[in-house]
Design a protein around this ligand. Structure first.
Ligand SMILES: O=C(CO)COP(=O)(O)O
Length: 131
């Protein structure tokens, strides 16, 4: 059995509409990956694009960001699309920072906004690095 490369999709509440729009408009390319999402983000994506292979983890404030961080550290998740809200304080800010830190540490392609996500998904091979 071949394990497909995996991407993670996460959005803060005020950015969820943007991420859903991104996922819908790039459905065909995203369908080539296994997708992991934090709980509420995953529900929103699946409601709009039910055929996408999304595995929902815990909600971000309940540990979902850390679960995705662990998947990055294990080498399972090869790319992170994380639409962050820079204007709202988060109770789980330490988890948000930890997730971005692991993305930087493991040098995976990481988009923190729609503009960068659009650039990355135009070059899906960027997610296929093996380190
Ligand atoms: O809080 C989040 C990321 O930090 C996202 O979690 P939800 O997708 O469960 O809202």
């Amino acid at each position: 059995m071949t394990i497909r490369p995996a991407l993670a999709l996460v959005a803060h509440d005020k950015k969820k509409d943007d991420l859903v729009a991104f996922a819908v408009s790039h459905q065909n390319k995203l369908a080539e990956f296994d997708l992991y999402a934090t709980g509420t983000t995953g529900s929103r994506i699946l409601a709009a694009a039910p055929d996408l292979p999304v595995t929902r983890l815990k909600s971000g404030p309940l540990g979902g960001d850390q679960q995705i961080g662990a998947l990055i550290a294990e080498g399972r998740v090869k790319g992170l699309i994380f639409f962050v809200d820079p204007l709202t304080p988060m109770p789980h800010d330490v988890d948000v920072k930890a997730l971005m830190r692991l993305g930087a540490l493991y040098d995976i392609p990481m988009a923190l906004n729609r503009a960068t996500a659009d650039l990355l998904i135009a070059h899906p091979d960027a997610f296929l690095q093996t380190t």
